[in-house]
Design a protein around this ligand. Structure first.
Ligand SMILES: Nc1nc2c(c(=O)[nH]1)N(C=O)[C@@H](CNc1ccc(C(=O)N[C@@H](CCC(=O)O)C(=O)O)cc1)CN2
Ligand SMILES: Nc1nc2c(ncn2[C@@H]2O[C@H](COP(=O)(O)OP(=O)(O)OP(=O)(O)O)[C@@H](O)[C@H]2O)c(=O)[nH]1
Ligand SMILES: [Mg+2]
Length: 444
């Protein structure tokens, strides 16, 4: 439990029907008494006057009193629900500070809830991710994590690893012929089953991370096809330089945008062709590298191009086999083709905007939808921990297959368990906690 009593405005800044101030810590009861008179009954809304230092009202509103440990943070908590104006909220906050409260750091309420065992790290992060969610799918996934699905999945894996380690360690003293012993009591099968479930969890979490942080779409194609124009049309601004010269774009240009609330990272790249000067060649190398790392490639073709320039390689040969591709047929204002879905791709004009709505809809549909119940909101750090856990389990599997001793296998399983523990916060460091909670909003 912390000594400091913290306070913050929990509603967004600006004007609103109601503004909420949140308090947590040991002096909460006395601060509330000083401002509203006698303590209200616990967990019931009471209408009171909020008094300033001269006794005159700063506002009137509802007060909520949650004596610890039955509160969000586990400490004594109170809320003042006043009118949502910036000046009145600030006056209430100043009054609490004058009475001895301290301004809460970003995420400090959630941090305290975690330290007091009220929520694990995946739930704390899910609260922040729900607030940040940019699409309905992301919000649904965040609520699943908030309700503990991710934490329970990880805890079940940890439990199975623990059981197996106990089993192995019990055998250590007697092991003469470890491989035979392991094969007999099904240890190999148990490790295999855990490996499969870690992989499945990694996949669901990976999808959740994509939902939250956005997928990477790479725009690629021949020089002058209109790639940069397409980026500008998607972004709705002149993000990239467009000229009539082939070979205009050299660097990879990174842009973030939203389509119906779905976050997207869109990369514009240099036109794919052999030759050119060293700068252009480097640009083409980077374009190929970006294509390898894409979640989807938009392959832009110039529908008005007269024949194929023999100096230009077929971009098809540059496409990585694992990345889905959407062919975008551009410049239909010149070729006279009609906009929208065609057999050979999606027909648009980046110049006139024809067909762009269909392209947006296509991106939203192919990247945004995921009704799979198995997606949890997840962050990069979760994926790293799941990868490390998978590596530990694989190591154990290899050791078991090679007939290694129980000790070695148990050791690798222990590493996997440690990595999973970082996800929920069963295993953690001050530094990690600082990094997580400092990115939360004030009042959260
Ligand atoms: N007004 C208000 N709305 C809010 C929050 C809040 O803090 N205040 N929340 C903040 O994130 C979220 C709800 N989460 C909360 C979780 C637990 C407790 C809580 O006080 N739990 C106690 C008492 C339960 C009870 O009254 O029965 C407990 O679990 O013991 C409050 C809010 C969203 N809405
Ligand atoms: N008429 C017409 N012109 C277009 C369209 N899209 C792009 N252009 C023109 O085509 C030329 C090349 O466009 P860019 O967007 O720079 O092409 P790019 O693929 O990025 O070219 P590089 O960066 O050189 O590889 C410019 O003159 C654009 O104005 C379109 O839909 N219709
Ligand atoms: Mg370009």
């Amino acid at each position: 439990m912390s000594d400091a009593t913290i306070c913050a405005v929990a509603t967004p800044p600006g004007r609103g029907g109601i503004g909420v101030i949140r308090l947590s810590g040991p002096a909460t009861a006395s601060l509330i008494e000083a401002m509203v008179g006698a303590l209200p009954s616990p967990r019931r809304a009471s209408f009171r006057r909020f008094a300033g230092d001269d006794g005159a009202a700063i506002d009137e509103g509802l007060v909520l009193w949650f004596p610890g440990p039955q509160s969000f943070t586990g400490e004594d908590v109170a809320e003042l629900h006043g009118h949502g104006g910036p000046v009145v909220m600030d006056r209430l906050l100043q009054r609490l500070l004058a009475l001895g409260a301290e301004l809460a750091a970003p995420g400090e309420f959630s941090h305290r809830a975690y330290l007091n065992g009220r929520i694990d790290l995946t739930r704390a992060e899910a609260i922040a991710d729900l607030i940040e969610a940019g699409s309905e799918s992301a919000a649904r996934a965040a609520v699943r994590s908030l309700q503990g699905e991710f934490a329970r999945t990880v805890e079940r894996l940890v439990q199975r690893l623990t059981d197996l380690r106990v089993h192995l360690e019990a055998g250590i003293d007697f092991a003469d012929e470890p491989l035979e012993g392991l094969a007999l009591d099904g240890v190999l099968e148990r490790i295999e089953a855990i490996a499969a479930d870690v992989a499945e969890t990694r996949q669901a979490a990976g999808r959740g991370q994509q939902l939250q942080e956005g997928l990477t779409v790479v725009i690629a194609g021949r020089p002058n096809a209109g790639k940069s124009s397409l980026l500008n049309a998607l972004a709705g601004r002149d993000a990239a330089i467009v000229t009539a010269l082939a070979g205009t774009t050299r660097d990879v240009l990174d842009t973030y945008l939203h389509i119906d609330g779905l976050p997207l990272r869109v990369l514009d790249t240099a036109g794919l062709r052999q030759g050119g000067d060293v700068v252009e060649q480097e640009g083409v190398r980077r374009a190929r590298q970006a294509m390898q790392q894409a979640d989807r490639i938009l392959l832009v073709e110039d529908d008005a191009a007269a024949g194929t320039d023999p100096g230009v390689a077929d971009p098809q040969t540059d496409l990585p086999s694992a990345v889905p591709v959407t062919t975008v047929i551009n410049k239909i204002d010149l070729s006279g083709r009609s906009a929208g879905v065609a057999d050979d791709g999606l027909a648009v004009s980046a110049l006139t905007g024809e067909g762009m709505a269909a392209l947006r809809e296509h991106l939203r549909a192919s990247l945004g939808e995921d009704d799979s119940e198995a997606v949890f909101i997840a962050r990069r750090r979760h994926l790293q921990s799941l990868d490390a856990a998978a590596a530990g389990v694989d190591e154990a599997l290899e050791a078991a297959r090679a007939g290694a001793g129980e000790e070695l296998i148990a050791e690798s399983l222990g590493q996997a368990q440690q990595s999973l523990g970082e996800i929920t916060g069963a295993v953690t460091t001050e530094d990690l906690l600082g990094r997580i909670f400092s990115t939360f909003c004030i009042g959260k």
